[in-house]
Design a protein around this ligand. Structure first.
Ligand SMILES: Nc1nc2c(ncn2[C@@H]2O[C@H](COP(=O)(O)OP(=O)(O)OP(=O)(O)O)[C@@H](O)[C@H]2O)c(=O)[nH]1
Length: 352
């Protein structure tokens, strides 16, 4: 770690890495112009009666100007920065005539035409005392600042830091609000999701179903509704254990996700019972989707425990959700049709 100290005898000593890390925490470097800062440079130039005023931050290898009046550049290398000297001081830094100061007489900003002859910089100190940059005023002629002008420059520098602090707090608040919104979305998602399958849970599915019914009552095309129950599921649990049963449920959910369309809503009704809402779908079309599901289940075995292959089948009751057959009636009907499918030997879809 580099430890910078100003001139021998100057008390100011700090870790340059710590200073740079505090500067980075304000996230101010390379930000667009901001009238809140431009107004301060304007005021500094006015109060100190100088043609040039600058708010700058001293980065690792450069000084970057957040706001400048009368200079016409956005940054300079740090090695020709006068402000880089200021951050090694603890007071207001004034160079009445750069031509008389051996530290700056060869500085390109001083030898250029027109030269910078006068410099006064007030430190921008972080709350824990680390110098981040300066508010400085410059002139093309040698001169002094009155005591009042010195107080004004220092006060404006303090105002800049208060402004920066406020901006940082606002950024932190915005980021906290974003995190809260994200967590809220996550909670809403979790509250609506069955943890084992990632499908809608019964409560969320019912809510979606009611929405669909309201839309249908207002003229939207009827939807199809399927109630599905895995066949002889108890045997799987009994023969292979609950873990195998859970694996089967996950497998069934993933096959459903492949079979049904994006617009269809698949839910876990409870245990080994599932529901699907197919908006704007006729019973005939829904029946074809159900047949695809039966086929895909027949074609895809479930590998369990390395050497066990399980096949599953499902029984389905399928009906329409329409103006004439509202929600509760449709659910009752689908349940009745599902039982018929079981009675007729399972692994089938029964419609009215
Ligand atoms: N592993 C596991 N088993 C579950 C879960 N939910 C319900 N079950 C079990 O699923 C089995 C359902 O059995 P039954 O209602 O007799 O139905 P079935 O064996 O599928 O027979 P049919 O429906 O007549 O074909 C019960 O043993 C439940 O304990 C679950 O989340 N995981």
């Amino acid at each position: 770690m580099t430890s910078y100290s100003s001139q021998p005898g100057d008390a100011r000593a700090y870790s340059e890495e710590a200073r740079l890390s505090v500067l980075a925490s304000y996230d101010i470097l390379d930000t667009p112009p901001d009238s809140a800062f431009d107004e301060i440079t304007e005021l500094a130039a006015l109060l100190c009666d100088t043609p040039i005023a600058v708010i700058n931050f001293v980065d690792r290898d450069r000084q970057w100007f957040k706001s400048e009046k009368g200079l016409g550049i956005k940054e300079t290398p740090r090695d020709i920065s006068i402000c880089a000297h200021v951050i090694l001081q603890s007071e207001l830094f004034i160079v009445p005539d750069t031509h008389q100061d051996p530290r700056f007489v060869c500085n390109p900003l001083v030898t250029q035409d027109p030269p910078l002859r006068f410099y006064a910089g007030a430190l921008l100190n972080s709350p824990d005392g680390l110098p981040l940059g300066t508010l400085c005023v410059l002139d093309h002629r040698p001169r002094e600042l009155t005591e009042k002008q010195q107080v004004a420059l220092t006060t404006l520098a303090n105002q800049i830091m208060k402004n920066l602090e406020l901006m940082r707090i606002q950024q932190e608040q915005a980021s906290l609000i974003q995190q809260l919104q994200f967590a809220q979305q996550e909670l809403i998602h979790l509250a609506a999701t069955d943890p084992l399958t990632g499908l809608y849970n019964r409560r969320a599915f019912k809510e979606r179903l009611s929405q669909e019914q309201s839309l249908i009552q207002r003229g939207r095309a009827p939807a199809a509704l399927m109630l599905m129950d895995l066949d002889n599921f108890k045997v799987i649990n009994d023969d292979f254990g609950h873990e195998a049963g859970d694996k089967v449920i996950e497998h069934f959910a993933s096959v459903c996700k492949k079979v049904f369309r994006q617009a269809d809503v698949i839910g876990r009704w409870g245990g080994e019972e599932f529901v699907v809402l197919l908006p704007g779908t006729t019973e005939t079309d829904a029946c074809q989707a159900a047949q695809r599901l039966h086929q895909l289940l027949a074609q895809n075995q479930i590998e369990y425990d390395g050497n066990t292959a399980l096949f599953i089948t499902v029984s389905i009751g399928l009906c329409s959700l329409s103006k004439d057959c509202p929600l509760e009636e449709a659910l009752r009907l689908a349940d009745e049709l599902l039982y018929q499918a079981k009675d007729q030997g399972r692994n089938r879809t029964v419609t009215r």
